[in-house]
Design a protein around this ligand. Structure first.
Ligand code: FAD
Length: 356
């Protein structure tokens, strides 16, 4: 198979890149190892209102589960409320919508297909169907790596990860029903990270993210303590389903995001916010940008990936480096409710003190 651009990974970054390529008339193949785009969901599913500037959700109302107005930060000593306008997504529908838009514009999507080897000399990538019985090679002019946090295939790696685990917890007693908040909890038993309760219709995404090896708290223990606490507070009932886990890059933008005719975007490029873990919007932004630069590179027969890297750095490098530094400096000091409450204002970007 031969194409002008191959995109590995049909998450928000890859599908946004594929859409930008197709809109510019560049032939492209988007592959994903999942059998169905967006499933299973490994995300707390909150995104700020500004996503609407990048993704048109007007024709896909079901991608939005509920509107959110506030972000509450609970330190164990105090609760702080911020403007947190945004959406709880149905991330499976959101991701599928992005991929479908790309396909409608001309992208060839192949699911259930895992890229496992890049052959630099040949400009080709080897792909194996997840069933294991079909293998094929895709030759390309440019390769876009959008395969999420754990880069494989010899591509540049993220340095540090938060390890996150989440369950869907049934809301049985009504405290969270109709709430307009997402809530973040800082606790000593969730070291170098936080817990979240993000309500959707009838249930809430309840999870924790902690950093290893900085903390030696087992992830499953941290999660079970958290569930116990919020259940005790009456926020959720006993019904728990769909345990998922995942990695979140927390060291900021990768030092290297391009290599010849290969470039990274989204989590693969380390674009999640090191403190909040948010990465959906930056995946969409970086994917769209990368698709645009590659389209222009092909159109002008001039490799413009250095310009992509420069633009990405101008948007993300400084804020993500600053957040990564704050993680390293402040989390070790946050060992009890008192100290969490003292340092949270410098750690969490909703507080004005964060920017001082
Ligand atoms: C538990 C958890 C909760 C989160 N909550 C939030 C949140 O509330 N809000 C927010 O903004 N961000 C959140 N994030 C981060 C957010 O999910 C990511 O930043 C976002 O998904 C990044 O998009 P992406 O396209 O770069 O990568 P992904 O969404 O990870 O997509 C990568 C795709 O590549 C595919 N793939 C991987 N390897 C291969 C391969 N070898 N061959 C083919 N396909 C491959 C995968 O199947 C996947 O579909 C959360 C992350 C986790 C783990």
């Amino acid at each position: 198979m031969k194409t002008e651009a191959v995109v590995i990974g049909a998450g928000p970054a890859g599908s946004s890149a594929a859409l930008a390529l197709s809109k510019s008339g560049i032939s492209n193949i988007l592959i994903d190892k999942r059998l169905a785009v967006g499933v299973p969901v490994q995300c707390a599913e909150f995104v700020g209102l500004n996503i609407s500037g990048y993704v048109d959700l007007s024709g896909v109302a079901s991608a939005i589960n509920r509107n959110i107005k506030f972000l509450d930060v609970d330190t164990g000593k105090n609760t702080y409320r911020f403007d947190g306008k945004g959406y709880m997504l149905n991330r499976d529908i959101f991701d599928r919508h992005l991929a479908e838009e790309a396909v409608a514009a001309g992208t060839k999507l192949i699911t259930g297909a895992r890229a496992y080897k890049i052959n630099r000399q040949k400009n080709s990538v080897d792909v194996l169907s997840v069933s294991g019985n079909i293998s094929f090679e895709i030759r390309y002019d440019y390769l876009l790596a959008a395969a999420g946090p754990k880069n494989v295939l010899g591509l540049p790696e993220n340095k540090t990860y938060a390890y996150a685990a989440q369950v869907k917890a049934r809301i049985e007693n009504g405290i969270l029903n109709g709430t307009e908040s997402v809530i973040c909890y800082f606790r000593p038993y969730i070291p170098f990270g936080y817990g979240w309760v993000f309500p959707k219709g009838g249930f809430a995404n309840v999870g924790v993210g902690i950093e290893k090896p900085a903390s030696n708290m087992p992830l499953s223990l941290s999660l079970s303590k958290f569930i116990e606490e919020i259940r005790g507070a009456g926020l959720i009932g006993t019904g728990i389903a769909e345990k998922t886990s995942g990695l979140i890059p927390v060291s900021g933008m990768n030092e290297k995001i391009t290599d010849g005719n290969i470039a990274l975007c989204g989590d693969a490029a380390g674009l999640t916010h090191p403190v909040t873990g948010a990465g959906i919007l930056s995946a969409v932004i970086s994917g769209s940008l990368l698709g645009g630069y590659i389209a222009e590179s092909i159109r002008t027969s001039k490799n413009l990936l250095a310009d992509y890297e420069e633009e990405l750095e101008s948007i993300f490098k400084k804020p993500l480096s600053a957040a990564s530094k704050k993680r390293a400096e402040l989390y070790p000091l946050m060992t009890c409710a008192e100290s969490i409450d003292e340092y949270i204002k410098r750690l969490w970007p909703s507080f004005a003190e964060y920017y001082a």
